[in-house]
Design a protein around this ligand. Structure first.
Ligand code: Z5A
Ligand code: MG
Length: 212
């Protein structure tokens, strides 16, 4: 029998929904329970491509809209060999944002169709679970002001949210929406339970390709 594989779990959601907090909590808790689990964050600002992205987000550098979209995608592709290796070794990989952020943010700029935005990410490892952390703009505002990075304005974030809702209509993907206004601890318990169920369900199933 083939070795059991790990699950690919993506966390998505609006700004300040708690994605990074919950990704860290999930990986720590899975490890404490004896699972092998690793965290990846997109954009990964540590690679050469990631540094370009980071200077774009920090407004130090201007890049043409298609160009930055392709760089965000390239930043995911550069991790694919490692992600596949880990997953096939039985390691669960938790990703803090993934291709869905890529599509939602670029398409929110207008003049981009969803289909064009998806193309560069077609064939990436398909998440077994996409947890969408839902939070109203009012509740997000209570968690502090927007930062100074590009995209951090309420009007833009509202368009991003609408793009996420379009992506969630795709029933070939396992989207689960969770209420991110709960306490960090309650939300963590809910996310951990959904993640564990998915890990069980997919361990003997082949890894899919995204949007293929
Ligand atoms: N982007 C893109 O355009 N294309 C792409 O392909 C990708 C991304 C992958 C940088 O992302 C930008 O890149 C982002 C999308 C774009 N632009 N925007 N906006 P990033 O991931 O680096 O962004 P970030 O700086 O990490 O922010 P975030 O992800 O929006 O925040 P978060 O991770 O969801 O939240 P958090 O850091 O866990 O928590 C935020 C605060 O709330 C913090 O003070 C927490 O302590 C607090 N918090 C968290 N949970 C709770 C609960 N449950 N209750 C109360 N307070 C809480
Ligand atoms: Mg974050």
């Amino acid at each position: 029998m083939a070795a059991r594989r790990g699950a690919l779990i993506a966390l998505e959601g609006v700004d300040r929904a708690g994605k990074s907090t919950q990704c860290r909590r999930l990986v720590d808790a899975l490890r404490e329970d004896g699972h092998r689990a690793e965290l990846l964050r997109f954009p990964d600002r540590t690679t050469e491509i990631g540094q370009l992205i980071s200077s774009y987000l920090g407004r130090e550098k201007n890049l043409e809209d298609h160009t930055i979209h392709l760089l965000f995608s390239a930043n995911r592709w550069e991790h694919v060999p490692m992600m596949k290796e880990k997953l096939h070794q039985g390691v669960t990989v938790v990703v803090d944002r993934y291709a869905f952020s890529g599509v939602a943010f670029t398409s929110a700029k207008g003049n981009f169709c969803l289909d064009w935005c998806k193309q560069p990410d077609v064939g990436l490892p398909k998440p077994d679970l996409i947890l969408f952390l839902e939070l109203s703009p009012e509740e997000a505002a209570e968690r502090g002001n927007f930062g100074n990075e590009r995209y951090e304005t309420s009007s833009f974030q509202e368009k991003v949210l609408q793009s996420f809702y379009c992506l969630m209509e795709d029933k070939t993907l396992n989207w689960k929406t969770v209420n991110a206004s709960k306490s960090i601890e309650d939300l963590h318990r809910e996310i951990k339970s959904i993640a564990e169920k998915t890990m069980q369900e997919v361990q003997n199933k082949p890894l899919g390709g995204l949007w293929t």
